[in-house]
Design a protein around this ligand. Structure first.
Ligand code: B12
Ligand code: SF4
Ligand code: SF4
Length: 317
């Protein structure tokens, strides 16, 4: 088993710009599978059929990559160091989407890691995953020792908080593994559950249909009648992470230039957002994660928040 190789992989991944790296054996993960099935049968995935349609692969890594022997799990900090109050607009955009699309940034580094690994193990087969693959990234990161899933359901590390993305390089060679992270350092805290404006969280579980992140990014068409209040967010939502004491104490600013905010994100006023047309949208969000919401979704979110403001000022007059 590659003991020396595991530590060389970690050093190389760190040199590429990942803050955390851990390795888990690609063995069975029965709790993950049963929790996922419960979550889906409770309808907590809302309209995200793409989760259900590949649930067997999500619940069993060998259905996705039969030759898998080890999962190299990586984390990369994205927080730009700016806060919502630094924006010129009252509309809020999740911090993870202020710069370039993280899928591209992490994938390119993971492919570099695979390319380097092939120079040592020429026959290795590897799959690079970032977000969109049918892999339960948080559960694998916990198994690889990176941290624990907090009550807001994101993965938290004791040295970086939770403002990071996850990715994996799954390989068909055995590697020395790390110990899984077995502690739950949330303790009696319930700050995320209490602060969530839509009551989407219950201990360690999310009802995605109620979550503003889902509503602003994933939901297509009109917003449901009872989920119209987006609390000022036009893309994503950061509230449950903003209130987390682990981020207050240990959250770090990203050193990755690609995650620095685009100037329009910082400087756009409410009027600029209200006037956004498809042409400016395409230009502003070229190579950005915000494309996921599509122009129609972003426009719907802006209009929905604008109507709320109009209603509030009518009530105050
Ligand atoms: C679907 C999805 C969403 C959905 C659903 C969120 C969710 N929690 O599942 C929506 C659109 C709402 C969403 C929102 C966000 N997302 Co998202 N999302 C995903 C995606 C694609 C799949 C997640 C998944 O498998 N969900 C299914 C459910 C069943 O999984 P789970 O939440 O982990 O559920 C576990 C717990 O409930 C637990 N459990 C169940 N019962 C119990 C009981 C106890 C006692 C315990 C301890 C645990 C427990 O078991 C379940 C299975 O392990 C992943 C990428 C990936 N491929 O993994 C990114 C991912 C999770 N998202 C990410 C991010 C950044 C976000 C946002 C912060 C973006 C934003 N700012 O708007 C928000 C956070 C909202 C939140 N509080 O979770 C990052 C998280 C990084 C991190 N540090 O953890 C990921 C990993 C993407 C990435 N590659 O970086 N997301
Ligand atoms: S992202 Fe926002 S809406 Fe979703 S669970 Fe967290 S606080 Fe609630
Ligand atoms: S806010 Fe508190 S309960 Fe929620 S994830 Fe952070 S430490 Fe855990």
């Amino acid at each position: 088993m590659g003991i020396g190789l595991s530590s060389r992989i970690k050093t190389h991944a760190t040199d590429l710009g990942f803050q955390k790296v851990g390795i888990a054996p690609a063995g069975p993960h029965p709790k993950l599978n049963s929790d996922l099935n419960d979550w889906i049968s409770s309808g907590h995935h809302a309209t995200m059929q793409w989760i259900e349609s590949r649930k067997d692969e999500r619940g069993n890594i060998h259905k996705y990559f039969p030759r898998a022997k080890a999962v190299i799990s990586v984390a990369m900090v994205y927080h730009s160091g700016h806060e919502q109050k630094d924006l010129s607009s009252n509309y809020k955009v999740s911090n993870y989407a202020w710069g370039d699309d993280y899928h591209d940034v992490l994938k390119s580094k993971l492919f570099q890691l695979l390319g380097w690994l092939k120079t040592i193990e020429p026959n290795v087969k590897g799959i690079v995953c970032v977000d969109t693959s049918p892999v339960m990234e948080k559960a694998w990161a916990q198994k690889a020792g990176l941290g624990w899933q907090g009550k807001h359901t994101n993965l938290i590390s004791r040295d970086y908080g939770s403002w990071f993305f996850l990715g994996e390089l799954i390989v068909d060679i055995e590697l020395e593994s790390d110990k899984p992270f077995t502690e739950d350092l949330c303790g009696t805290c319930t700050a995320c559950i209490d602060a969530c404006p839509t009551q989407a969280l219950e201990d360690y579980k999310i009802d995605a249909g109620k979550c503003i992140s889902y509503l602003t990014i994933e939901h297509r068409g009109e917003l449901p009648e009872d989920q119209q209040d987006l609390d000022g967010w036009i893309y994503g939502c950061d509230i449950c992470q903003e209130v987390c004491p682990w981020n207050e104490k240990f959250g770090k600013t990203s050193e990755e230039f690609a995650f620095q905010p685009r100037s329009e994100i910082l400087n756009y006023t409410d009027d600029d957002w209200n006037a956004l047309d498809e042409k400016s949208y395409r230009k502003l969000f070229k190579g950005s994660a915000v494309k996921r919401a599509k122009f129609s979704g972003l426009k719907r979110n802006i209009i929905s928040n604008k109507h709320k403001d109009t209603k509030l000022s009518d009530e105050n007059n």
